[in-house]
Design a protein around this ligand. Structure first.
Ligand code: SF4
Length: 340
C-alpha cells in the first residue's frame, strides 16, 4: 500500500532543493523513535535561523497576548504584549544557548514556550548580543506597527470569535495537505477572513498568489468550515515591518491552477519515494542537492555529512559536478551516535 504523502509548499521546495534533505526532514524525522538517526533528524528539523525565530516569536506573541484581548473585547495592552513576547524570547534564547534541546528526555511538549533550538547555537557559531538585540527590536517594531494599524484592527475587532495559529489538514488524492492559518475569523456564515502575518522584508516569490490561495482552498475543502465559494474567502497579508496590507483575490481559476500545481508536485514526490516508508537503506536512492551551495544552509547538514562519512560516500562540492552516488546495494551503517 502506498504511503500518504504529507504536502505543503515548504515540502515541495525541500524536495526540489535536495532529495536527501527531504528524506531526512520529511521521511526519517520522528520525535520518539528509538533509531538515533530518526531522533536526530527530528531534532535538526526544529533548529531555526534567526529570521524564522523572530517571526515565530511575533506570531506567538500575537496569539498569547493580542488574540485573547480581541476575544474578550478589551483593550490590547501594547506594553504588556511587547514585554511578554520579549521575555519569551529571553527564555528561549537561554534555553537554546544552554543547548537544553539536547537534554535527555527533553521535548517541545515538556519545555512548552521555552523550547528553542537556534542555528547559531547548534553550529557553535553562536548568536551575538547585537543579533539578539536585533530580534528584540524586531519584536517591538512589529507589535508597535500592528498596534498603530487602527483601521485594520477595527476591522478585525468586528468579529465575534477568533482562531489563531490554526492547523488544517486536507486529504487530496494520495496527499495530506498541511496548512497553517495565522488568524481566522468569520465576517458572516461561510465567509472567512484569513490573516497572514509577515515578519520579513523580503517579498514573496513567483507563486505568492498560489501560496496564499492555499489557505482559502483548504477552508473550502475542509468539511468543518462550510465555505463553498472561493470568492467568499478574504485573504489579508499583513507585513508587520512595513505596515503594508495586501488583499489577495481568490477565484476558481486560481484554485484550478493550485490543484494542478499540487497534483504535479505530489506525483514528483511519489516518483522519488516509490511508496516506501522509512528505511535508512533507502538513503542512497535520494539524490544530493542539485546545487551544492544548498548544503551551507541545510538544517540536516551535520547528519547528512555524518552518514556520508561513515559510509564512505562523497558529498557534492560547492562547484557544480555530477553528484557521486554510492552503489545501490550499499548498506548504511547507523553510525550517527558516535558524534555525541
Ligand atoms: S547537506 Fe546538502 S546534500 Fe545533504 S541533505 Fe543537506 S542539502 Fe542535501
Amino acid at each position: 500500500m502506498s504511503e500518504t504523502i504529507k504536502w505543503s509548499f515548504s515540502t515541495d521546495r525541500c524536495v526540489r532543493r535536495c532529495q536527501r534533505q527531504y528524506f531526512l526532514q520529511h521521511v526519517a524525522a520522528w520525535h520518539n523513535a528509538r533509531d538515533p538517526v530518526r531522533r536526530e533528524a527530528f531534532l535538526l528539523k526544529q533548529v531555526k535561523t534567526l529570521d524564522l525565530w523572530q517571526g515565530s516569536l511575533v506570531h506567538r506573541g500575537i496569539e498569547r497576548f493580542v488574540v485573547p484581548a480581541l476575544q474578550q473585547n478589551r483593550r490590547i495592552d501594547l506594553d504588556a504584549t511587547i514585554a511578554g513576547t520579549q521575555a519569551m524570547a529571553e527564555r528561549q534564547f537561554a534555553f537554546s544557548k544552554a543547548r537544553r534541546y539536547r537534554e535527555e528526555g527533553m521535548s517541545k511538549a515538556k519545555a512548552e514556550d521555552d523550547y528553542c533550538a537556534l542555528d547559531g547555537h547548534e553550529k557553535d557559531a553562536g548568536v551575538s548580543p547585537e543579533e539578539f538585540r536585533g530580534v528584540l527590536h524586531t519584536i517591538e517594531q512589529s507589535l508597535r506597527n500592528l498596534a498603530s494599524m487602527t483601521e485594520l484592527l477595527e476591522e478585525i475587532q468586528r468579529a465575534k470569535q477568533y482562531w489563531p495559529e490554526l492547523p488544517l489538514y486536507v486529504e487530496y488524492d494520495i496527499a495530506r495537505i498541511e496548512v497553517h492559518i495565522d488568524l481566522l475569523y468569520f465576517r458572516a456564515f461561510g465567509q472567512p477572513t484569513i490573516i497572514d502575518w509577515k515578519v520579513s522584508r523580503s517579498m514573496g516569490g513567483s507563486e505568492t498568489d498560489l501560496q496564499t490561495a492555499l489557505y482559502a482552498w483548504a477552508m473550502c475543502r475542509h468539511p468543518k468550515w462550510r465555505v463553498e465559494r472561493p470568492e467568499d474567502c478574504e485573504l489579508i497579508e499583513v507585513q508587520l515591518l512595513t505596515q503594508n496590507v495586501i488583499r489577495h483575490q481568490v477565484t476558481q481559476d486560481i484554485f484550478d491552477r493550485l490543484e494542478n500545481r499540487i497534483y504535479r508536485s505530489v506525483n514528483m514526490i511519489q516518483s522519488v519515494r516509490l511508496g516506501r516508508s522509512y528505511s535508512l537503506a533507502d538513503l542512497d536512492d535520494y539524490d544530493f542537492a542539485k546545487n551544492p551551495n544548498s548544503c551551507s544552509y541545510c538544517p540536516q547538514g551535520a547528519l547528512c555529512r555524518s552518514l556520508a562519512d561513515s559510509n564512505g560516500v562523497e558529498m557534492p562540492q560547492a562547484k557544480a559536478e555530477t553528484p557521486h552516488r554510492a552503489r545501490k546495494d550499499q548498506t548504511y551503517v547507523n553510525a550517527y551516535p558516535q558524534l555525541f
